[in-house]
Design a protein around this ligand. Structure first.
Ligand code: BTN
Length: 243
């Protein structure tokens, strides 16, 4: 596994994408930065991380035969890899909040940004961006929901070692994906999904608040919510939020 360490870059996802355009990359080539000056999150948000304290990295994976409609399984494989590594750290209840925030109890400890290139109906290259809060103890005021491994356990972690452990977990789960163990990945993902089987308040994109229970993930990766009248509605990432 090739690991490129940078002291600073705008975004490791952007850096890795540029790199892949200039030279062919081995699978699991990883770019890790001490400082990201323009870290990107989902839905055009920013990812802010204190230099030296956390892991901000991106990993390249190219696929031969992963169909665009199977994209959700890639998300399951990556989220579960992070989940499994965190599980070994004795945190408060770890869960995956759909689609791929990793929570310790109710607080976000890791964000994932997967960006893909496509060729016809297949996913060609994936740039897996991970922001894992490790040793940061103080977060900016607006990030009220953020936590870190250190805040949760009181321990300080070695970033290089943690990165290696995560990359090994990625390799293991990507193997499952390549072997098309889709049902296994989906079942595991659903089992550890935040608020699964719990009546929960959601807000749709019109601002309407409603109560429902997470039912599952649709064929196309949308969140299925069962309403009180038993109807099941499907939501894309921008179409619903948890309250
Ligand atoms: C999110 O929860 O919104 C996703 C955050 C992803 C952040 C990581 S940090 C490393 C990689 N480079 C980026 O610019 N973003 C991802």
């Amino acid at each position: 596994m090739k690991i490129i360490k940078l002291s600073a870059t705008d975004s490791t996802n952007s850096f890795l994408k540029d790199l892949s355009q200039n030279s062919p990359l081995e699978n699991f080539t990883t770019v890790v930065a001490i400082n990201q000056t323009n870290g990107r999150g989902q839905q055009q948000s920013k990812w802010v991380s204190e230099p030296y304290k956390n892991l901000t990295f991106s990993t390249f994976i190219s696929f031969k035969d992963l169909k665009v409609f199977q994209k959700k399984y890639l998300n399951f494989a990556i989220s579960l890899a992070i989940y499994d590594v965190l599980l070994t750290k004795n945190l408060a209840k770890i869960a995956i909040k759909w689609p791929n925030d990793i929570l310790s109890a109710t607080h976000k400890i890791c964000g994932i940004l997967i960006e893909n290139t496509f060729s016809g109906d297949k996913i060609k290259n994936s740039f897996i961006g991970i922001g894992l809060n490790v040793n940061q103890e103080i977060f900016p005021e607006h990030l009220t929901n953020a936590t870190s491994l250190k805040l949760e356990t009181g321990l300080e972690y070695n970033l290089d070692r943690l990165l290696n452990t995560i990359l090994v977990a990625f390799q293991k789960n990507i193997k499952l994906l390549e072997r098309q163990e889709f049902d296994f990945l989906e079942e595991r993902y659903l089992n550890v999904l935040y608020k699964k089987n719990t009546p929960t308040m959601f807000k749709n994109s019109k601002g309407e608040i409603f109560m429902g229970i997470i039912f599952g993930i649709s064929y196309h990766g949308k969140l299925q919510i069962q309403l009180e009248d038993d109807r099941i509605l499907e939501f894309g990432i921008k179409e619903v939020s948890f309250l």
